[in-house]
Design a protein around this ligand. Structure first.
Ligand SMILES: *[C@@H]1O[C@H](CO)[C@@H](O)[C@H](O)[C@H]1NC(C)=O
Ligand SMILES: *[C@@H]1O[C@H](CO)[C@@H](O)[C@H](O)[C@H]1NC(C)=O
Ligand SMILES: *[C@@H]1O[C@H](CO)[C@@H](O)[C@H](O)[C@H]1NC(C)=O
Ligand SMILES: *[C@@H]1O[C@H](CO)[C@@H](O)[C@H](O)[C@H]1NC(C)=O
Ligand SMILES: *[C@@H]1O[C@H](CO)[C@@H](O)[C@H](O)[C@H]1NC(C)=O
Length: 411
């Protein structure tokens, strides 16, 4: 654990490298959430999107900004009910528009989702299946869909939301007819149809907040691995509520439980909703900003966390108010496309992190007992190292956001 004790030199503004204020960041239009996240070592900062946003020029302007976004997930159009509404009747027209969009914006595409209990067409949910006919149905569906998108998909959420809050497997047509085997089966069919580089994910919600569900998901991954099933990642949806978002420590511990199993992780559907939009206070606005920063920071601190996807970036298209009346205001941009405090806080945090990372990166080269001076991209860095070459602490002097600062860092 690293602690930073900043002292200030000759400036008017107090600035902590880890939590900078809003004002400083508006001065850097040349950076954005994705560009900073990539500079911090991550693969993407992305968003859910859908075809109903295609004719919204302001939306597309922000989505296509390569500084802000590097990934998208179709919110609905790859779900079973829309993509195979009737037996053998595959409707790829909507989802193909998203695929084309992601290609034209040079975005990674997380594909979503293959086997899920919800948004199923009646022919799947209301028919009576035998294990054999249901296995055949899953094979036909997953093979057709995965083959259709091929290498356009960076990742697939193969199985979505298979667990109850108490850690048991959720009842669904798949579980009820096939038992637990449907999960491994879905992964195996997907692996057989997808290019080998496609990342296959298990995706679920409340893994961050429900200990029993989290443990069950860990056991599920272990069980798939023990069966030799290809599983590359766990997607944690991260649908949070302002003030009820787990702490940074808790979020990193959650992510590490999965990365310890040798799989990637990602926040796949991040949003932080106000419980009661009508009555939300100024305090809640700041709390939302802190909650977003905690999630983004947890992903940075866990090496195998590859990226963050927000579940829409603007309240204009957020699913929250429609699903949970009274809740909302969950996104980084308002419904009329103003950046919120939460946006500025995330960006400010990332700017501070990347700047500090560059300096500490330079310092790691120091060796032997004594004081080393390294000039990095952000100023001169003075390091204190022990006789074994281990870095025991450092003093840095640098320039971040037009602010000269001095920090004592102990390791
Ligand atoms: C795709 O096809 C469906 C079914 O034919 C239709 O309802 C929908 O409007 C089409 N979407 C687009 C974007 O053309
Ligand atoms: C777990 O939760 C499910 C869904 O709410 C419920 O049907 C089941 O009875 C619960 N099982 C136990 C052991 O509590
Ligand atoms: C806001 O708070 C007031 C007072 O507690 C309450 O009467 C009202 O129902 C709340 N509004 C909403 C949307 O819950
Ligand atoms: C950090 O270093 C990288 C690589 O040298 C550079 O591209 C980037 O602009 C630097 N970022 C900051 C904030 O200094
Ligand atoms: C630091 O010193 C140790 C011990 O002498 C040596 O093994 C190591 O290679 C040195 N590292 C650098 C970066 O010079």
């Amino acid at each position: 654990m690293t602690r930073i004790f900043p002292l200030l030199l000759a400036t008017t503004t107090l600035l902590l490298a880890t939590s900078s204020t809003a004002q400083s960041n508006r001065e850097h239009p040349s950076t954005g959430l994705h560009s900073l996240f990539v500079a911090a070592g991550k693969l993407y900062f992305g968003t859910a999107t859908e075809t109903n946003n295609l004719d919204d020029p302001t939306y597309q302007n922000i989505l296509s900004n390569p500084l802000e976004f590097g990934q998208q997930t179709p919110e609905n159009s790859q779900k079973w009910g829309l993509i195979q509404p009737n037996p053998g009747d595959f409707a790829f027209n909507n989802s193909d528009l998203i695929t084309d969009l992601s290609k034209s914006y040079n975005h990674l595409l997380r594909c979503h989702t293959l086997t899920w209990h919800s948004q199923l067409p009646p022919f799947v949910s209301a028919s009576s299946w035998t294990p054999d006919t249901l296995r055949q149905l899953l094979t036909t569906h997953i093979t057709a869909v995965v083959s259709h998108f091929g290498s356009a998909c960076y990742a697939w959420d193969v199985v979505n939301e298979a667990l109850n809050e108490n850690g048991t497997l959720r009842s669904s047509v798949f579980l009820d007819v096939l038992g637990e085997e449907y999960i491994a089966l879905s992964f195996n069919i997907a692996a057989g149809a997808a290019p080998p580089e496609t990342k296959l994910y298990y995706n679920d919600f409340n893994l961050e907040t429900s200990p029993q569900k989290q443990t069950a998901a860990v056991e599920l991954v272990k069980s798939l691995q023990a069966q030799g099933v290809k599983i590359d990642g766990v997607g944690l949806q991260a649908h949070f509520t302002v003030g009820q978002t787990p702490s940074l420590e808790s979020l990193t511990a959650t992510l590490r439980r999965f990365t310890d199993l040798g799989v990637d992780v990602a926040w796949t559907e991040l949003d932080v909703a106000h419980e009661d939009v009508e009555n939300s206070s100024e305090l809640a606005v700041e709390q939302q900003a802190e909650d977003y920063v905690a999630a983004v920071r947890a992903c940075i601190e866990v090496e195998r966390c590859v990226g963050v996807t927000v579940w829409q970036f603007t309240d204009k298209y957020s699913w929250v108010p429609g699903t949970f009346p009274g809740k909302g205001d969950a996104c980084l941009w308002t419904a009329d496309y103003q950046r919120k405090s939460a946006y500025w806080a995330v960006k400010g945090f990332l700017e501070g992190w990347v700047a500090r990372m560059n300096m500490t990166g330079a310092l790691v080269g120091g060796n032997g007992t004594g004081i080393k001076t390294v000039t990095g991209s952000k100023g001169t860095f003075v390091g204190v190292t022990s006789g074994t070459g281990r870095l025991v602490g450092s003093v840095s002097v640098g320039l971040i956001s037009s602010c000269v600062w001095l920090a004592l860092k102990m390791i």
